[in-house]
Structures are given as C-alpha cells and as structure tokens.
Design a protein around this ligand. Structure first.
Ligand code: PMP
Length: 361
C-alpha cells in the first residue's frame, strides 16, 4: 500500500491533515453552521426552472465574467456597490484561496487571530503562504489596540479578520477593522460569512470600503442563504482587487448551473433569508439555556454558540452523537460549539444535554 509519505509531495504539505469536519447521517446535525431550514418550495421550483434552462446551453462555456450574478450581488449588498467591485467563486473558501493566490504565496505571510476559522492555515499552506496565529484578548474578543499591536509585531502581508469569528461567535467592531487597516501595509480581509446573523444595528465592514483599496470583504451564500450545497461565495472590494483575482482564477470557474442557481436564490433573497430572525432567536435561546444548565456560553453574533465549562468535551460529543445529535469539538479545551437549528432541533440538543447531568462546578 502506498502512503502519503511515499509520494513526492511538496515538503511543506508533509504531515498536514485535510479539513475534516465529520459528515454523518444523523437526525440532528448542528456541527457545521449550516442553515438547517430547507429552502422554500416555490424558490426551489424557480431555481430548478432556471437550472433546467441553463442545462440546454451547457455545450457552451458559461459567462466567464458571471456579469448578471455580479450585478445581482451588488444589488443585494447595497452600499452603492457596483458589479465591478464584486467577485464570486465556488464557496467563500475559494474566494479566500483566490486572494491568497494573488496576494500571498512563498515569502509572504497571513496573520489570523486564533482561535479562528480552521481553513485559514490550510488555505495558507495550500498557497505556500506562511500563516501567523495572532493573539486575542480575554473571552476571544479583539480590541483595536490588540489587533494593531499584533500586526505591528508580525508585519504580515495579509491580515484576516473573521467577523463574527468562527468558532467563537465573537462579533467584531468596526473600530477594530479600521485599526487593523491603519496598522497594516497589506491586504486586510474581513470574512463576513455570518454577517446576516449580526444584530440589525451593527453595521457591516462594507460601510468602510470607500477609500480603502486594501480592504476586502468576503461573504457566502452557505449560511444565512441556506445554500451551502450550491457552493457560492462572493467578495466586495476595489475594482483593482477584482482585476488581481482574475489573474489566478481558472477560466469559467463558476459553472452555468451554479450561476443560474445563485441568480435564482438571489431573486428570492427575502424568502431565502426569512428564517434568519428565527435562527437568531434559537441562538439567543441557546445562550440563555446553556447558562441555565451551568455551562459558560460566549456572546455570539452568528448562527452558533461556543460554550465552555465542559469537563470532557469528547465524552459529551460522543454521548450526544449516541442520541443522534452531532455538534462540534473545535479543539478548544473544555469547550464545544453548537449550531442554532430549528426550534425542534435546538430543543432536542438542549434536552439531550440536560439529560447528561449538570457540568461539574
Ligand atoms: N468563512 C467562515 C468563517 C466559515 O465558517 C466558513 C464555513 N464554515 C467559510 C468561510 C466557508 O464557507 P463556504 O466555502 O461554504 O462559503
């Protein structure tokens, strides 16, 4: 049997492990921060019709510039954005990969603030970019001062701020983003994968784009839009940044089927996003109920909650799995993470957790 180490693989990839959140068929899957509400049937029917129409043309390559889709994203994001400021790819993971391919690479570095999204170091590795794990403040917060001093200390070529942060749920203030931009000489990425779950009065980093050509804001349809399986992520930035990303994308990277499906979903944005309020309600319920059960939930601006006070995360994870409930052990000692599901899924999780008994004081 040939093993990985027998292959002439790149030295910098030796010994690494791939992204590997468990994919298990369980009744209650609350482990990868999806929107667990199915998409409305009338929207699904419209998407199917659009995809069916696109299929008749798949003998030809798709619009390489996905112009209609970029216009639709600009319209959805508002803030006076135009299509030339928009980029998209197969999930925001691919958007981030494009950014690292264009602006990172050998001899360059990316600074993230740990603990944060586990794909950042992997995307850095894949593109030969050095990854630097910067520090956060207590309770996983990130103040303008800490962000600026970590940037000054490591002088990275790129900085990535996850707002709100995965896996902690921590919202990020615009002041921290401004401070990071001012402190850095390079690209500043704000990963707003969970932006739609923020309180309505908290502005997006999109409000900071004007006059900041090194600021890149990445978004996804995988979370609030309930579109994870379609793989669509997008980005807002200066048109020159979009030109840079064109240099590294593969031609026709967004299939005609993906473009048609995404356009269909965006045409029904209100309906697709209708469950966001309900998901926020379940998230807030998780925070209060976890505290009542004796755990230590962290504040969350996203669709999941990280909670501490777990004596043996592995044992709790396994005990819940036995009951058909899949959550996430993110490797933070004494913590677990759970996605806010439907009311019934959230109830199933809370009841199963309560049945395991109170955590030790
Ligand atoms: N950024 C963050 C912070 C995420 O949590 C995720 C998905 N877990 C992504 C980006 C990537 O999502 P996608 O590729 O589905 O857009």
């Amino acid at each position: 049997m040939t093993s990985l180490s027998d292959l002439p693989i790149r030295d910098d990839l030796r010994g690494r492990t791939p992204y590997g959140a468990p994919q298990k068929a369980v009744p209650v899957a609350l482990n990868v921060n999806e929107n667990t509400h199915p998409i409305p049937e009338d929207v699904a029917a419209d998407i199917v019709a659009r995809v069916a129409a696109a299929v008749t043309g798949v003998n030809r390559y798709p619009d390489r510039e996905f112009t209609a889709l970029r216009e639709a994203f600009a319209g959805y994001l508002g803030h006076g954005l135009t299509a030339e400021q928009i980029w998209a790819a197969n999930g925001s993971n691919e958007v981030l990969q494009h950014i690292l391919q264009a602006f990172g690479g050998p001899g360059r570095s990316l600074l993230g603030f740990a603990p944060t999204y586990s794909m950042y170091p992997l995307l850095a590795a894949g593109t030969g970019t050095e990854y630097i794990a910067g520090a956060r403040d207590d309770d996983f917060e990130l103040s303008p001062e800490t962000a600026a001093s970590e940037i000054a200390r490591s002088d990275p070529d790129l900085v990535i701020l996850c707002a709100p942060n995965n896996p902690t749920g921590t919202p990020l203030s615009l002041e921290t983003i401004e401070a990071a931009y001012d402190a850095s000489r390079g690209i500043v990425i704000v990963d707003e994968a969970y932006a739609e779950f923020m309180p309505e009065d908290q502005p997006s980093a999109l409000t900071l784009l004007e006059g900041r050509p090194r600021l890149l804001i990445s978004r996804t349809m995988s979370k609030a839009f309930a579109f994870a399986g379609a793989r669509v992520g997008y980005l807002a930035a200066d048109p020159a940044v979009v030109d840079a990303l064109r240099l590294v994308r593969l031609p026709y990277h967004l299939s005609a089927l993906t473009q048609a499906a995404a356009l269909g979903a965006l045409a029904h944005a209100d309906e697709m996003l209708a469950m966001v309020g309900e998901i926020r309600t379940q998230r807030d319920r998780l925070v209060s109920e976890l505290a009542r059960l004796g755990y230590r939930p962290h504040r969350s601006g996203s669709n999941f909650v990280l909670f501490g006070g777990v004596d043996d995360p592995h044992a709790v994870f396994e005990a819940l799995l036995e009951r058909g409930i899949l959550i996430r052990d993110v490797g933070i000692p004494n913590h677990l993470r759970v996605t806010a599901g439907t009311e019934a899924e959230t109830t199933a999780f809370l009841e199963a957790l309560a049945a395991l008994g109170r955590p030790a004081e």
